[in-house]
Design a protein around this ligand. Structure first.
Ligand SMILES: [Zn+2]
Length: 95
């Protein structure tokens, strides 16, 4: 009887640890997944958005100049909207 209780507590402790490990691994996998999909983070893309918009308006090759930003914009609607807003602001000021 006592042994059964001991085994049970050992098992649950080990299960808890295993669950924690699984959670940690899932977090890592998620991180790898999202970086593989978008490569650079929104903050990074946002930082380069000015440059990207300038290049775009000047008719430069953004795929060659800022491939990561271009790739990010293809994947991320938020940043695309940000770029659109920036482009219309730039067009309005430059005429
Ligand atoms: Zn983004």
């Amino acid at each position: 009887m006592k042994l059964a209780v001991l085994l049970k507590s050992l098992f649950s402790r080990r299960t808890r640890r295993a669950m924690k490990e699984v959670k940690r691994l899932k977090g890592m996998i998620h991180m790898v997944d999202s970086t593989a999909d978008i490569e650079i983070a929104c903050e990074e893309a946002y930082r380069l958005l000015d440059e990207y918009a300038d290049a775009l308006l000047l008719g430069e090759d953004t795929a060659a100049l800022l491939p990561q930003v271009k790739h990010h914009l293809e994947m991320c609607m938020d940043c695309r909207e940000e770029l659109d807003a920036l482009l219309s602001a730039l067009r309005a000021t430059t005429g």
